[in-house]
Design a protein around this ligand. Structure first.
Ligand code: NAD
Length: 476
C-alpha cells in the first residue's frame, strides 16, 4: 500500500538513508510494516540547530504580512491534500478515515488564525513621567524553539506548535511521534511547498529522550514546547528550567464528567459515549471519570453502556468503522493493567473489558462501575476506550472529588440549572469547562491545562505569548 516517504527535514532539504539508523513504522490495524523512519545523527541535530539559528536572523525581520502570506498558503495546501494526508494517518495511527481527514481539514483553520493574529502582535506606549521621555514596549520573537509532539493527533499537535512559532517570527526544530510519523513529514512538505525559507522549520526523528536532551541543553534553543504525558513533561520542564528556558507544556488530564439529576440524561449519555470513543479514547481531553448523580445513575448507565456497546470497531480504512485500533501495543498493555487493577479493587465490567482478536491493537469499548475513588482508573488517565462510572450525592461532594487529583485539563458538566452551572464552573479546577457541550480546540479559543496538566495555552489570542519576549525601550 502507498505510504508517505519518510525523511528528516533539515535546512530546507528532505534527507534519509545515508547509513542512518532506521525504525519500522507499524500499521496498528494489521501490524504490517508501512515504512522505515530515519533517525537523526548528532551531525543532523547540529545541522538543524545551525540552520535554525541562521534562519532566525532573517526570519525575525520578515514583516508579519509576509509570514501571514506563507501561513495562508499552508492553509490552502492543507485543504487540498487533506484526503491523502488523512489516509496515511489512518494507516500509521489507526483512527477512522473520516476522523483523520477531519483532523487535517480543521488544521487549515489553525494556519489561517495564526496568519491573521500574527499581524496583531502589538506593543504599547507607556505615558512617561517626564514629557521629554518616550517609553515603548515591544514584543520580539524569543528565538530558536524546540518542540516535541505526540502520536494521538499527529497533524494537529504539530501544526499548532509550528504556526505559533513561525507566526511569531521564531524558527523551530520539531521532533514528531516516531510511532505515527507520516503527518509530520506531510507538514514539512506543506511548509516547504508554501515557500517557507530553509531552516525556519526543521524536522528530526530518533530516540525521544536523547533528542530532547540534546536540543534542550543546546545554548541555541531558547524555548521548549511539549505535548504528551505528565511525567515526561515534568522531566523536560525540569531540564529546561536548569537551562533557564521558557516552556509551553500541554500534558495529560483525567477529565471529570459531572451529570446532575436535572440534565437531559439520555442525550447526554449518548453524546458522551460517542465523544469518549473518539480516537479510541486516546485524547488528552477525553471524558475519563464519570460522576452521575444518584437519581439519574441507572438511566445514564443503561443508555451509556448501550451506545458504547454498539460502536463498530475495525480497521479505520473500512467503511462503517467508528473506532479504530489503539495506536500501538503499549496502549493495549496499559488497558490490561487498568482492568486488572479494576478487578482487584471490586470494579464491575458492564461492557467490553478485553482485547479484540490477536492481530492489530484492538480493544473493546469498556465501561466499569463500582470502583473506589483511589483505584487506578479513577486516579490515572486511561488514555484509551475505558470509562469508569460512579455515583455522587451533591454538588459539594462532587466538586471535592473532581478536584482531588493533581490534573486540571478539561471538565464536563451536564445540568439544566443555571445556578448549578455557575457554581460548578467556578468551582472546578480545570483549564477548560464544558457545560452541556464539547467546544474546545478551536483555533480562536485558548487550549491548555492548569496544575499538573500544563503551562501556557495554544490557540486563541494567547497563542503567541509563549513565543515572544518583552522589551522595554526608553529614550529622550
Ligand atoms: P510517553 O509518555 O512515553 O510518550 C508520550 C509522547 O511523548 C510520545 O510522543 C513520545 O514520543 C514523547 N516522549 C516520550 N519521552 C520523551 C522525551 N524524553 N523527550 C521528548 N519526547 C518524549 O507515553 P506513550 O506510551 O507514548 O503515551 C501514553 C501516555 O502519554 C498517555 O497515558 C498520555 O497521558 C500521554 N499522552 C498525552 C498526549 C496529550 O495530548 N497530552 C498525547 C499522547 C500521549
Amino acid at each position: 500500500m502507498m505510504y508517505q516517504d519518510l525523511a528528516l527535514y533539515i535546512d530546507g532539504e528532505f534527507v534519509s538513508g545515508g547509513g542512518r539508523r532506521e525504525q519500522d513504522v507499524i500499521n496498528p490495524a494489521t501490524q504490517e510494516v508501512l515504512g522505515k523512519l530515519p533517525h537523526a545523527t548528532t551531525a543532523d541535530l547540529d545541522r538543524a540547530l545551525a540552520a535554525a539559528q541562521r534562519a532566525f536572523e532573517s526570519w525575525k525581520k520578515t514583516s508579519p504580512l509576509e509570514r501571514s502570506g506563507i501561513l495562508r498558503r499552508v492553509a490552502e495546501l492543507t485543504r487540498t491534500r487533506a484526503r491523502e494526508i488523512g489516509r496515511d494517518i489512518t494507516l500509521d495511527q489507526g483512527k477512522p478515515l473520516a476522523e483523520a481527514i477531519g483532523e487535517v481539514t480543521i488544521c487549515a483553520e489553525h494556519a489561517e488564525w495564526h496568519a491573521e493574529e500574527c499581524r496583531r502582535i502589538y506593543g504599547r506606549v507607556i505615558p512617561p513621567r517626564n514629557p521629554a521621555v518616550r517609553q515603548i514596549v515591544v514584543r520580539e520573537p524569543i528565538g530558536v524553539c524546540a518542540a516535541f509532539t505526540p502520536w494521538n493527533f499527529p497533524f494537529n499537535q504539530a501544526i499548532r506548535k509550528i504556526v505559533a512559532a513561525i507566526g511569531a517570527g521564531c524558527t523551530l526544530i520539531l521532533k514528531g511521534p516516531e510511532d505515527s510519523p507520516s503527518a509530520v513529514v506531510a507538514l514539512a512538505r506543506l511548509f516547504h511547498d508554501a515557500g517557507l525559507p530553509p531552516g525556519v522549520l526543521n524536522i528530526v526523528w530518533g530516540v525521544p529522550g536523547e533528542i530532547s536532551t540534546y536540543l534542550i541543553e543546546s545554548p541555541i534553543v531558547r524555548k521548549i514546547s511539549f505535548t504528551g504525558s505528565v511525567p515526561v513533561g515534568k522531566q523536560l520542564a525540569a531540564l529546561a528550567g536548569a537551562h533557564m528556558k521558557r516552556v509551553t507544556m500541554e500534558l495529560g488530564g483525567h477529565s471529570p464528567v459531572i451529570v446532575f439529576d436535572d440534565a437531559d440524561i439520555e442525550p447526554a449519555a449518548e453524546m458522551l459515549a460517542r465523544f469518549k470513543l473518539r480516537n479510541a479514547g486516546q485524547v488528552c481531553v477525553s471524558p475519563t471519570r464519570f460522576y452521575v448523580q444518584e437519581k439519574a445513575y441507572d438511566k445514564f448507565l443503561a443508555r451509556f453502556t448501550e451506545v458504547i456497546g454498539s460502536i463498530k470497531v475495525g480497521n479505520g480504512l473500512d467503511d462503517g468503522t467508528q473506532m479504530g485500533p489503539l495506536a500501538h501495543e503499549r496502549r493495549i498493555a496499559s488497558m490490561e493493567q487498568f482492568l486488572d487493577n479494576a478487578s482487584q479493587r471490586g470494579g464491575k465490567v458492564v461492557a467490553g473489558g478485553s482485547r479484540i482478536g490477536d492481530k492489530g491493537f484492538f480493544f473493546a469499548p469498556t465501561v466499569v462501575t463500582e470502583l473506589p475513588d483511589d483505584s487506578m482508573l479513577m486516579t490515572e488517565e486511561p488514555f484509551g476506550p475505558v470509562a469508569p462510572v460512579t455515583r455522587f450525592k451533591d454538588t459539594e461532594e462532587v466538586l471535592r472529588r473532581a478536584n482531588s487529583l493533581p490534573f486540571g485539563l478539561a471538565s464536563y458538566v451536564f445540568t439544566n440549572s443555571l445556578k448549578t452551572a455557575h457554581q460548578v464552573s467556578n468551582g472546578l479546577e480545570a483549564g477548560m469547562v464544558n457545560i452541556n457541550h464539547f467546544g474546545m480546540a478551536l483555533s480562536e479559543t485558548p487550549f491548555g491545562g492548569i496544575k499538573d496538566s500544563g503551562i501556557g495555552s495554544e490557540g486563541g489570542q494567547e497563542t503567541f505569548d509563549g513565543y515572544l519576549v518583552t522589551k522595554f525601550i526608553t529614550q529622550v
